[in-house]
Ligand binder design. Structure first.
Ligand code: NAD
Length: 509
């Protein structure tokens, strides 16, 4: 279990110490390095997380490597049975996991529960592993010869995850990876690490053999040790674009299969024929949910033609009603940001926006709760243009920018010229316009009157351009492919009557 210890430098508060997980047990870090974990709603440190050294990462990888031969030999039926148990346990403890997320990330409890629920859908998908790993079979491909394909696990695979979905994003990785027969090493975000350790305990309780799932906490030292480790076959990464690019380059240079999902700048286009109230509801929900710290959050609303003035008025009208406060308060709809530094950076876009010519319609600094937590209230910028910092940067906070476009073509050009391509939405009543949009927009996940089009678990999640490095989207069918490699068997059972020497190239006719 997660240890409760008095951390060095703390006098008056009980400080949780968050340790690694290897071989089915908690393993205290020995590197002498660690990092603080905060309760962002209070602005106080509540924990200290161990940072792994290279040697500790190696130990986790070796543990996973030793567990691999036995785990890959476990029958599909048993793996399926185990995944049903995991599903039930995660479902039963959804409230506990959500409480950990609210405590360390800050998102409101209802949103935290929603996160675990969406992650659970990927676990449910993994319950179908016998069907998902089915190969194909061609009888009599040539005389007396059958050909069939099988998919096999890679070995030890690793996941490196961001702070904003501390339970769901790891589930996107470990569920398919383990179901496919791999063993796993997770390096969660050091900002909110406890959910991963808790889930490790649940997996053990469900009956997952020791060593199949391991957690190393830490920073760049641990990440680099994973990327360079010769026994790690593949790396899944979700995080910011500069780090995703680094992970992809470094991991592939070390011969690994890598999928690295990066940052985003998600646009929501509102055409003049759209239902303005519905669009405003969607913009507020998708712009400020989870304090804008979602890779699929709407960051730029592109109001086309006459839609702009009524849309800005409708969004502005809704903002005073959004309840900002601690995630543990059932009344709160939006919690704090992850750190004070991030809150200040997000707020700086209100100043740079004003200085660069945007209109600050609502300044969230004026409405943020003043209790020492890392809060910023909902904020709205209008008349944002593509050269402004507020448009160019991801922001990743509760600052929504309205960009005004004259025509549909201008709006689509804006989206397609953006370096990111994670999510996008169009709001319209015109089916033809929506169809044309999905045809020509250069973005991986598209919503039609749906502001946060996160694919269901049986499709795959992933952006285009600077939002994804590598060939493979995450979870769903592409996740199963990513965590397996194909083998094709050409087989003939001996028939001595037809055996002969033939030095020609094998023919099928
Ligand atoms: P981050 O890139 O700072 O960190 C992600 C992971 O990389 C963490 O585990 C961290 O410890 C590690 N890391 C950080 N700096 C590193 C370095 N220099 N070298 C090696 N490893 C390093 O991202 P974050 O701030 O935790 O998460 C927010 C970002 O993640 C946003 O940009 C968001 O858009 C993105 N994100 C993307 C998706 C997606 O599906 N595309 C989903 C969630 C979050």
């Amino acid at each position: 279990m997660t240890e409760v210890v008095e951390a060095p430098g703390t006098t008056d508060a009980k400080m949780r110490r968050i340790s690694h997980w290897m071989g089915g047990q908690s393993v205290a870090g020995e590197s002498g390095r660690s990092g603080p974990v905060y309760n962002p709603a209070l602005g106080v440190q509540t924990g200290e997380v161990d940072f792994a050294s290279r040697e500790e990462v190696d130990r986790a990888v070796q543990t996973a490597k030793e567990a691999f031969p036995a785990w890959r030999a476990v029958s599909l039926s048993r793996r399926q049975e185990l995944f049903f148990r995991i599903r039930e346990l995660v479902h039963d403890r959804l409230g506990e996991i959500a409480a950990i997320l609210t405590d360390e990330h800050g998102k409101v409890l209802s949103d935290a529960k929603g996160e675990v629920q969406r992650g659970l859908e990927v676990v449910e998908y993994a319950c179908g592993i016998p069907t998902l790993l089915r190969g194909s079979f061609s009888e009599q491909a040539s005389g007396g010869i059958d050909v069939y394909s099988i998919r096999q696990p890679l070995g030890v695979v690793a996941g490196i995850t961001p702070f904003n979905f501390p339970a769901m994003v790891p589930m996107w990785m470990w569920a398919p990876a383990i179901a496919c027969g791999n063993t796993f090493v997770l390096k969660p975000s050091e900002k909110d690490p406890s959910a991963s350790t808790y889930v490790a305990e649940l997996l053990k309780e469900a009956g997952l053999p020791d060593g199949v799932f391991n957690v190393v906490h830490g920073d760049k030292v641990a990440v680099d040790a994973i990327l360079e480790h010769p026994d790690v076959a593949a790396v899944s990464f979700v995080g910011s674009t500069p780090i995703a690019s680094y992970i992809y380059k470094t991991g592939t240079a070390h011969g690994k299969r890598v999928q690295a999902l990066g940052g985003a700048k998600n646009h929501m286009i509102v055409l003049p024929d759209a239902d303005i109230d519905m669009a405003a509801d969607a913009a507020v929900s998708a712009g400020y949910g989870s304090a804008g710290e979602r890779c699929m959050a709407v960051s730029a609303v592109v109001a086309v033609g006459d839609a702009a003035d009524p849309l800005v008025a409708a969004i502005e009208d809704r903002l005073p009603k959004v309840k900002v406060g601690p995630g543990t308060d059932p009344e709160s709809e939006m919690g704090p940001l992850i750190t004070a530094a991030h809150r200040d950076k997000v707020a700086s876009y209100l100043d740079s926006g004003r200085d660069q010519g945007a209109t600050v319609v609502t300044d969230g600094r004026e409405t943020a709760p003043d209790n020492g937590g890392f809060f910023l209230g909902v904020s709205l910028l209008d008349h944002v243009t593509p050269e402004m910092d507020a448009y160019r940067d991801e922001i990743f906070g509760p600052v929504l920018s309205v960009v005004r476009a004259e025509t549909y073509d201008d709006a689509v050009r804006l989206v397609n010229e953006n370096p990111y391509g994670n999510g996008v939405a169009i709001f319209t009543r015109d089916g033809g316009a929506a169809r044309q949009f999905q045809f020509e927009v250069e973005v991986g996940m598209v919503g039609v009157n749906v502001p946060i089009p996160v694919p269901v678990a049986y499709y795959s999640f992933g952006g285009w351009k600077a939002s994804l490095f590598g060939d493979s989207h995450i979870y769903g069918p592409e996740g199963i492919n990513f965590y397996t490699r194909g083998k094709v068997v050409t087989s003939r059972w001996p028939d001595p009557a037809t055996s002969q020497v033939d030095l020609g190239f094998p023919q099928t006719r």
